[in-house]
Design a protein around this ligand. Structure first.
Ligand code: PEP
Ligand code: MG
Length: 756
């Protein structure tokens, strides 16, 4: 049974056209289960109907014609209840809806199973049999298993088909409906998509339409010629050391490169208007599928030879394409799982938006996008990336929506919202030189959070009280080896100088989790619960010591350095880290360097640190609450996982209570408590944090003036009252709604996102 199931699912996945996919599915199920008819109906939400999309057993003419009302049919009831219904005689059920076109009067036994994606019923799979009997439990569970496995793929296929309809329509038309993702970084943008993909991943190559077909064919032929030449040269080079029968393999490669199926098929895809890379992708994928289905292992091996040759051709094509590529003026980066480093691959003045199929609001990509003021949509799992290169897009980072080829009305509406927002930003510039303080003059320290040199400049720094968190990971991520002590020293010096005399909180290396170094791979089942942050650097003191040396030397004569230790989960880690810092300090003094001992703080971002806050407070100079991780660990919600992103909310009462407890513990020992997680830049959360008595808030430059604006409208006492009210609420959603109401009443509803 398992084998049958796997075959049905894998055929469903590899078939591209939705009609063919569904027909194959019902035919395969019909073959595998004893039944007289198997069909699939798709939900048409707009018309409140179920459309028969494919059948094996009903009359074929009914496909695409038969539509069942959602509120008055058996399969409609399956949708409503979102659970299977099994009957021995469907015609006797009160919800039975007879249609003559299918020939269903011949059938009695019935099962309908919903296909559910993200809590939405997309389709209903049905089985019918002539006998007046229920289907057995095995058939029912088989159908349920299939329905659960095809749901994601079906959701993708539907969006992809809609997009095809829009892109290939005879009369150009635009999308009125968005593809939903998750809010990543606030803001809205209109631009043109540039798909980023891993060059070695053939299936990730996006479609791209071309107009000069002859030039594209010429480019492809020249790439093939280059590969042939490389192989011929390699053969000559190896002729003396490799036996003749193995050298014959090179001749086989040369023959393959001449083969009509590889060349001819690719050229014919190009003639359909596809660029060379995607044309070759389609040829190679067809090949791979054919070879994979072969039983003979020798022949299967030949499949990987073809893929290898394909990759070689692609390398040449890519080189040519990169040379010729002209980026649009307003680039929206699109990719599977973009990384912060991708943001630096497009000139900053051209980059207006980011869309990542995976990840969520607190993934580091989103955090960096926010720091740069670039709207981002994360976890847009349904976007058909391959079809999206060079498309006009609207990105709504407040709602997490993406419009591909938006209709004129949509575009105009967004243009208006973008203009309104630009006006607000200009208006808020009045606050740039003013301190962040409550209506009654209580001063709150506001810091910038940074990590890219591109996201800070003297103007931004002048609006803040310093840098509250500098993530040192990025200089490490951008390189192909660990940066040397001197290289690090230079980077840190630049930042310390730029800010002096304002304080800069340099965090020690916090890799692991979703921040990987290409030259220091960490493979773990549970990276966020694994080797991360201080755990790595204490295990590798050579990395830690070099970094601390670089920080202390960079601080010479400036004295605005604060060191921040990430991911501390117990006192021993803190003691060890402090001992190493003191050791470096002593050694540098011995070496005659003019260094001072900086203030050292600890990040409170692991639940154990909340409960150990008093013990930690005794040992350090200050606390900085890392609410991104603290929320993830308290709520057991992976901050990178779009599927559970709905459960991730820093306004969860448990998170607020934990933060409050940390503030009280820190203050008991007279240690300042700041926050450097993303919630500090959320105007609603900022009010609550000030109510709790936090001493500093560290946020991205794009949030700074908004937070100043809000704080200046509320008195200190009012923030305490709001906090008291909120702490009585037991649910994050209620708290969010309450805070939205508070902001709206204060006339600041505009901060809640796009205005519609
Ligand atoms: C945090 O966890 O809140 C934090 C600021 O650190 P990072 O987002 O880099 O993990
Ligand atoms: Mg963290």
């Amino acid at each position: 049974m398992l084998q049958k199931l796997q075959r049905i699912i894998s055929e469903f996945f590899v078939t591209r056209k939705i009609e063919r996919k569904l027909q194959l599915l019902v035919s395969n199920i019909h073959k595998s289960i004893s039944c007289d008819a198997c069909s699939i109906f798709l939900v048409d939400e707009q018309n409140r109907q179920l459309v028969l999309m494919a059948t094996e057993g009903f009359y074929q003419e009914a496909v695409g014609v038969v539509r069942l009302p959602l509120n008055n049919s058996l399969s409609g009831l399956v949708v409503k209840r979102a659970e299977p219904i099994s009957l021995d005689d469907c015609s006797q059920h009160p919800a039975y809806y007879y249609v003559s076109e299918t020939g269903e009067e011949a059938f009695h036994g019935y099962i309908g199973v919903p296909v559910i994606h993200n809590r939405n019923v997309l389709a209903v799979l049905t089985l019918h049999q002539k006998a007046k009997a229920c289907f057995d439990v095995d058939s029912e569970t088989f159908l349920i298993t299939i329905a659960s496995q095809i749901a994601d793929n079906l959701a993708h296929a539907r969006i992809s088909q809609d997009l095809d309809d829009i892109l290939n329509a005879d009369v150009p038309r635009g999308a009125f409906h968005p593809i939903a993702g998750l809010p990543g970084a606030p803001g809205m943008a209109i631009g043109t998509s540039c798909v980023m993909y891993v060059p070695t991943d053939i299936k990730a190559i996006p479609d791209r339409k071309i107009t000069d077909i002859d030039a594209e064919i010429k480019q492809f032929e020249s790439a093939v010629k280059n590969v042939k030449q490389d192989i011929a040269e390699l053969k000559i080079k190896l002729a003396e050391t490799v036996p003749d029968d193995e050298l014959a393999l090179f001749d086989a490669y040369l023959l393959m490169l001449d083969s009509q199926s590889l060349l001819g098929e690719t050229v014919s895809h190009i003639r359909e208007g596809q660029w060379g890379q995607a044309a070759l992708r389609d040829t190679l994928q067809d090949y791979a599928a054919q070879f994979e289905s072969m039983d003979d292992s020798y022949l299967r091996e030949r499949g990987s030879d073809v893929l290898d040759l394909g990759r070689r051709i692609l390398r040449y094509l890519r080189e040519d394409n990169e040379k010729d590529r002209v980026l649009p003026d307003r680039v929206i980066l699109v990719g599977e799982l973009l990384t912060p480093a991708n943001l630096t691959q497009v000139p900053i003045e051209k980059l207006v938006g980011v869309i990542s199929r995976h990840g969520s609001r607190t993934s580091h990509l989103a955090i960096f996008a926010r720091a740069m003021g670039i709207p981002a949509v994360m976890g847009a799992e349904l976007i058909p990336i391959r079809k999206m290169d060079g498309c006009k897009l609207v990105v709504d980072g407040y709602k997490g929506d993406v419009y591909v080829n938006p209709a004129d009305e949509v575009q105009q509406r967004y243009q208006r919202l973008i203009d309104d927002e630009a006006r607000l930003t200009t208006k808020l510039q009045e606050l740039a030189g003013l301190p962040a303080q409550t209506e009654d003059g209580h001063r709150v320290t506001v810091f910038l959070t940074s990590g890219l040199t591109a996201d800070i400049n003297p103007e931004k720094i002048s609006q803040a009280d310093g840098i509250g968190l500098y993530r040192t990971e990025l200089p490490f991520m951008e390189r192909e080896r660990f940066p040397s002590e001197n290289e690090q020293c230079e980077i840190y010096r630049r930042i310390l100088e730029l800010c002096a005399p304002r304080p800069v909180h340099l965090r020690t290396l916090d890799i692991g989790g979703d921040k990987a170094l290409s030259y220091f791979p960490i493979v773990e089942e549970n990276p966020f619960l694994g080797w991360r942050g201080i755990r790595i650097t204490l295990d590798h003191p050579e990395i830690f010591l070099v970094q601390i040396r670089a920080m202390l030397r960079a601080n010479s004569g400036l004295n605005n350095l604060h060191i921040l230790l990430p991911m501390i989960s117990n006192v021993a880690e803190l003691n060890d880290a402090l001992a190493l810092i003191h050791r470096v300090y002593g050694e540098l003094l011995e070496e005659g360097e003019e260094v001072v001992m900086p203030k050292v703080g600890v990040m409170i971002e692991v639940p154990s640190a909340v409960y150990m806050a008093e013990s930690l407070a005794k040992r350090v100079d200050y606390f900085s609450i890392g609410s991104n991780d603290l929320t993830q660990y308290l709520l057991a919600v992976d901050r990178n996982n779009a599927r559970v992103a709905g459960l991730y909310d820093a306004l969860h009462p448990a998170v607020l209570k934990a933060i409050y407890q940390v503030v009280q513990a820190g203050h008991t020992y007279n240690k300042p408590v700041g926050i450097c997680g993303e919630m500090a830049g959320d105007p609603a959360a900022a009010l609550l944090l000030v109510g709790m008595g936090l001493d500093s808030l560290s946020m991205s430059a794009s949030s700074l003036l908004r937070v100043k604006w809000v704080l200046r409208h509320f008195s200190r006492n009012r923030t305490r009252q709001i906090l008291d009210d909120v702490l009585k609420l037991e649910d994050a959603e209620l708290i969010r709604a309450h805070m939205n109401h508070v902001l709206e009443l204060a006339g600041m509803g505009v901060l809640l996102g796009a205005g519609d």
